[in-house]
Design a protein around this ligand. Structure first.
Ligand SMILES: Cc1cc2nc3c(=O)[nH]c(=O)nc-3n(C[C@H](O)[C@H](O)[C@H](O)COP(=O)(O)O)c2cc1C
Ligand code: SF4
Length: 396
């Protein structure tokens, strides 16, 4: 997949971040990451500095803590982590090493999406090179600090990208979300405090240590600092990876990608928000329309309900089945969207579907079920008249 804009991450001096981190004490590293304002690039947008501080401060029996890189990248139409793992794996492992130093971990695991198995040999080779260069292993760069990373291959379940299901999978069990609290920073892998961060988050933390918190914080908006990688796909002339400062208007992304005539854009993938053309002035940021990286462009000819049906089918298949609102709700929503498309839905039924979606959002156990109705609900909210046009005249 093409990289369409220059990537700042590609210009970061190798291992400058790690050397800068080792010159600080661990609390100083956490403070630098906190001061940068960076929030997780995997979708949920949790402040990374706060996550590291929580893990560093959580009681750790035998002093064991873990750092896990979430390289599951299962969100439909997200492919920016694959490019980072392919092109800049050193920077990702450097970020993991910095995190480990900050929280006092000695073992790291990279949870690699099963479909990315073709990257495995190259990643193992990169880790071997880093051990050889003294960047991993005992006594990293003569600092007295020890850390190593292994790669664990996932098996193709979307829910395993959710951090607690990922940890279950790492421990050898079926990938199912855990009840929270306790959060992984307190009780994660093997019951020990565990930091789980996205691939891109680790890469940016290496850059932050190399260039400074102020450099990063000066990019983007007050509440959404730094640049963000976007995977742009769908009805555009130039699909690929783009880097923009957070806060970028959707219209700017579309112009760059050759999709200015789009009818709507789904920001955030299957779990995201459908934004209609009239709202293309809205910003991609944590305070407006947020995304782990996916931007799906829908051309003027697209049947948006067909898209919603397709995505709902995805959730029906990927629900782990553990809780009723998600297991049953996803299927009921799919059936309802199909009835709406066939012109068999009444206005009351549409209202019931919206209410069902609301219940799923608040009652599902994990983010999969909570986000499953998002695209449909955002469609009804923002394109109500178009949705109502699917209802037979006598039933409106
Ligand atoms: C169903 C589901 C799938 C997810 N998939 C991913 C994923 O593939 N990669 C990822 O980094 N985060 C994913 N997440 C978010 C993680 O649970 C977690 O918030 C993230 O890895 C934390 O890293 P960050 O703070 O650096 O973003 C997923 C969440 C849910 C609910
Ligand atoms: S919300 Fe869905 S995926 Fe998450 S625990 Fe419930 S059934 Fe499983």
């Amino acid at each position: 997949m093409s990289i369409r804009t220059p990537l700042t991450l590609a210009s970061i001096e190798p291992d400058a971040g790690l050397r800068a981190a080792l010159a600080l004490d661990p609390a100083g590293v956490v403070a630098t990451v906190t001061d940068s304002g960076i929030k997780g690039r995997g979708g949920a947008g949790f402040p990374t500095g706060r996550k590291w501080a929580l893990a560093a401060g959580a009681p750790a029996p035998d002093g064991v803590r873990y750092v896990v890189c979430n390289a599951d990248e299962g969100e439909p139409s997200t492919f920016k982590d694959r490019v980072l793992l392919d092109e800049l794996p050193d920077l990702v492992f450097e970020g993991m090493t910095i995190a480990a130093y900050a929280i006092g971990a000695h073992e790291g695991i990279c949870y690699l999406r099963g479909e990315y198995v073709y990257l495995l040999d190259a990643l193992e080779a990169c880790l071997a090179r880093r051990r050889e260069a003294g960047l991993l292993g005992d006594d990293v760069l003569g600092s007295g600090f020890s850390f190593d990373v292994r790669v664990f291959l996932g098996a193709g379940a979307y829910v395993c990208g959710e951090e607690t299901a990922l940890i279950e999978s790492l421990e050898g069990r079926r990938g199912e979300a855990r009840s929270r609290p306790p959060f992984p920073v307190v009780r994660g892998y093997n019951g020990a405090p565990t930091v789980v961060n996205n691939v891109e988050t680790f890469a940016w933390t290496a850059a932050i240590l190399a260039r400074g918190a102020d450099w990063f914080a000066a990019i983007g908006t007050d509440r959404s600092t730094g640049p963000k990688l976007l995977s742009v796909s769908g009805d555009v002339q130039h699909p690929g990876i783009y880097e923009f400062p957070l806060g970028v208007p959707i219209a700017t992304v579309l112009e760059a990608a050759g999709g200015a005539d789009a009818k709507a854009v789904i920001v955030g993938g299957a779990a995201g928000t459908c934004v209609p053309r009239r709202d293309f002035g809205r910003a991609i940021s944590y305070e407006d329309v947020s995304t782990g990286g996916a931007v799906i462009v829908l051309g003027p000819w697209r049947d948006l309900l067909e898209v919603a049906e397709n995505l709902q089918w995805f959730f029906v298949n990927e629900s782990c089945g553990q809780c009723t609102p998600c297991r049953v709700g996803s299927l009921k929503l799919l059936e309802g969207i199909r009835r709406l498309r066939r012109g068999e839905c009444t206005r009351q039924e549409l209202a019931d579907l919206v209410s069902l979606g609301g219940t799923m959002q608040i009652a599902s156990k994990c983010g999969l079920g909570q986000a499953a109705p998002n695209v449909f609900l955002s469609l009804v909210r923002s394109l109500e008249q178009e949705m109502l046009s699917h209802i037979p005249a006598g039933a409106r």
